[in-house]
Design a protein around this ligand. Structure first.
Ligand SMILES: [Zn+2]
Length: 291
């Protein structure tokens, strides 16, 4: 509950300066790191707020360097809700003005460590690294629910005047989240194979949530040698992989060659899409072979 305590500690400060943090339309500005967080925050906060996303469209969250204007956008925000696990957020936190509260949205999510390679890890440097955190917790119902929970608690403390509408919207959010989760769970219940391939392990939390097996075949930030490519194809074939999730613009185009070699269905997904629920539903449908 360390995070929650720091929220309470900063609440008084934020309230005392919040009148300066307004846009032309007199809306209070809030900031998030990624689009799925914006979708959740907009639903909860309602019409009196403007929500700004720091990560640019199509940018790779794990190798992102915010521009000066993106940094400045944060100065107008009452609260910045980072994911708490992305490298660029550490830089932003250091330059954050005292008018902006910093509230990570991990909440109760149990983070996954050690299965998330970045191509600059242990094997290249020859010395031991701390096990890297897998940041992709937002791509799961549990993660999304915890993001909403942190946002709800924070908003109710900072803006007590919107509490009634906020609580109603939070209840609606949780109801629709539970409904979709049930649907996805039912869909995945029909899946004959529980293993799927990805270039980059961006679905570890989703896999944990539904007892699926994610097979990451690529290396972030670089292409594979012909030998490594052939080995990955053999591995996937041995596991009878039928579906391969690919994030255009982030994952290597080698995923296409690899998927052809495996004979799998290559499915484009965008796990940083504003409509993240549609993406999770699509992934479940594809795993279950329902399309
Ligand atoms: Zn990643």
């Amino acid at each position: 509950m360390q995070i929650f305590k720091s929220v309470i500690a900063t609440a008084a400060l934020v309230l005392s300066v919040s009148c300066s943090n307004k846009t032309n339309q007199d809306k209070t500005v809030l900031a998030v790191s990624i689009e799925p967080q914006r979708q959740i925050l907009e639903q909860l906060a309602g019409p009196g707020f403007d929500v700004v996303t720091i990560l640019g469209q199509g940018a790779d969250p794990e190798n992102f360097d915010p521009s000066t204007s993106q940094r400045l956008a944060l100065d107008n925000a009452d609260i910045y809700f980072p994911t708490g696990v992305l490298p660029f957020e550490k830089t932003l936190k250091e330059s954050l003005g005292s008018n902006t509260a910093y509230v990570p949205t991990i909440g109760e999510t149990e983070l996954i460590y050690g299965n998330h390679g970045h191509g600059h890890g242990t094997e290249a440097c020859g010395h031991h690294h701390e096990m890297a955190v897998d940041p992709h917790y937002w791509s799961s119902f549990e993660g999304a629910g915890n993001i909403a929970s942190i946002m709800y608690k924070t908003l109710s403390e900072e803006y007590p005047d919107i509490k009634d509408g906020l609580t109603e919207r939070y209840t609606q959010f949780n109801d629709s989240l539970a409904e979709l989760r049930d649907k996805v769970s039912e869909t995945l219940g029909k899946a004959k194979r529980r293993t799927f391939a990805v270039w980059h392990p961006s679905l570890s939390y989703f896999a944990r949530e539904f007892a699926l097996e994610q097979l990451p075949l690529g290396v972030e930030g670089k292409d594979l040698s012909a030998k490594a490519l052939a080995e990955a194809i053999d591995h996937a074939k041995a596991d009878s992989v039928e579906v391969f999730f690919f994030q255009p613009g982030i994952d290597s185009r080698q995923a296409e060659i690899m998927s052809q070699g495996i004979g799998s269905r290559l499915v484009s997904v965008n796990l940083l899409d504003y409509f993240w629920q549609d993406q999770l539903k699509l992934i479940a449908d594809e795993i279950a072979g329902a399309q």
